[in-house]
Design a protein around this ligand. Structure first.
Ligand SMILES: NC(=O)c1ccc[n+]([C@@H]2O[C@H](COP(=O)([O-])OP(=O)(O)OC[C@H]3O[C@@H](n4cnc5c(N)ncnc54)[C@H](O)[C@@H]3O)[C@@H](O)[C@H]2O)c1
Length: 259
C-alpha cells in the first residue's frame, strides 16, 4: 500500500469533484497525507472548489486563490505555504488552459500566436514556475506530478495546440528531473486517458474519443478518476523513490496499441 503518512503538499486544479486533482487528493488523503489547495481566483470558482473539498472530508482546508499565469499570485501562494507549514513534501500540477475556439477539428494551422503562447504558458511553463517556487520548501527531498495526455505524442483530432503544450510539459518533466534530482526531488508526469471534466469538454469531438478508447484499449474501458488518483499518490510516495523524469501512462493500455 502507498503511504503518505505525515507528508504535506499542495494540490492545484480542483474545479469540482470530477477534476483529476480531486481524485488525486482523495487518494493522497486515503494514504494518510495532508493536502493544501489552490483554486482559480473568483467567487464562483472558490465556492465550487470548497464544495468539492468538503466532499473529501476536509473540514477546514488550507485554500488560497492562485492564478498560475500571474507570477505575483504564485509567489504569494508559496510564501504563505512556507510561512504556515515550513515545508512541502509534494506538489500536484493539474491545470491546463487553451482557448476552446482552437480545440476543434481543422483548426490547428491557423492557431493565433497569442492562443499558442497562452496555452504553453498555463499548461507547460507553470510546471517549471511551481517547481522553482516549491523546491525551496523541499529541504528533505520531495516529489511532483503533473497531468498530460496522449495528444502530446500523437496527433489527436481537436486536441491541437493543447497537444503541443503537453509535449512541452512532458519535456519539462525530464529537464526538471535532471536539475532537481541531486536535491532528492523527483519529477514525473501521468499521461491520463480521457475522462469527462470541465476542461476536456472544451475539446471538439471528445465523446468520440471516449468511445474509441473504450473499444480499442486492451482493458476495454475508459479510465476512472481513481485510477489516476492512486497512481499519483504512489508516485508522490516513498514507494516510488527510484522513479523520476517519467511520463507514466494510466490509460487502460490504449497507448500500447498499434491499431
Ligand atoms: N480530462 C481529461 O480527459 C484529461 C486527460 C489527460 C490529462 N488531462 C489533464 O488533467 C489536468 C486537469 O484537468 P481536468 O481534466 O481535471 O479538468 P478540470 O477542468 O477539472 O481542471 C483544470 C483546472 O485547471 C485550472 N486552471 C486553468 N487555468 C488556470 C490558471 N491560470 N491558474 C490556475 N489554475 C488554472 C482550472 O481552474 C481547473 O481547476 C489538465 O492538465 C488536463 O490537461 C485531462
Amino acid at each position: 500500500m502507498t503511504s503518505m503518512d505525515g507528508r504535506i503538499g499542495l494540490v492545484t486544479g480542483i474545479a469540482n469533484d470530477r477534476s483529476f486533482a480531486w481524485f488525486i487528493a482523495k487518494s493522497i488523503i486515503a494514504a494518510g497525507g495532508t493536502c493544501c489547495f489552490t483554486h482559480l481566483p473568483g467567487e464562483k470558482m472558490e465556492r465550487r472548489c470548497r464544495k468539492a473539498i468538503q466532499g473529501l472530508g476536509v473540514e477546514d482546508p488550507w485554500l488560497m486563490p492562485m492564478d498560475a499565469s500571474d507570477d505575483a499570485s504564485m509567489d504569494e501562494t508559496f510564501q504563505r505555504l512556507g510561512a504556515d507549514h515550513g515545508r512541502l513534501d509534494w506538489l500536484v500540477h493539474s491545470i491546463a488552459f487553451a482557448d476552446k475556439d482552437w480545440l476543434q477539428e481543422g483548426k490547428f494551422t491557423a492557431t493565433p500566436r497569442d492562443v499558442f503562447t497562452q496555452a504553453m504558458d498555463i499548461s507547460a511553463w507553470t510546471y517549471m514556475g511551481m517547481a522553482d517556487r516549491a523546491r525551496g520548501l523541499m529541504d528533505d527531498g520531495g516529489a511532483m506530478v503533473a497531468m498530460s495526455y496522449y495528444g502530446a505524442e500523437k496527433a489527436v483530432p481537436g486536441y491541437n495546440v493543447m497537444g503541443v503544450a503537453k509535449a512541452a510539459l512532458e519535456a519539462t518533466t525530464r529537464y526538471l528531473a535532471m536539475e532537481l534530482g541531486e536535491t532528492g526531488i523527483r519529477v514525473n508526469t501521468i499521461s491520463g486517458g480521457p475522462i469527462r471534466t470541465m476542461s476536456s469538454m472544451a475539446v471538439g469531438g471528445f465523446g468520440r474519443i471516449l468511445d474509441w478508447v473504450e473499444e480499442k484499449a486492451p482493458l476495454k474501458r475508459n479510465i476512472t478518476g481513481e485510477d489516476v488518483g492512486d497512481t499519483a499518490a504512489f508516485l508522490l510516495s516513498p514507494g516510488a523513490a527510484g522513479i523520476t523524469g517519467q511520463t507514466i501512462y494510466v490509460d487502460c493500455g490504449y497507448s500500447a496499441m498499434g491499431l
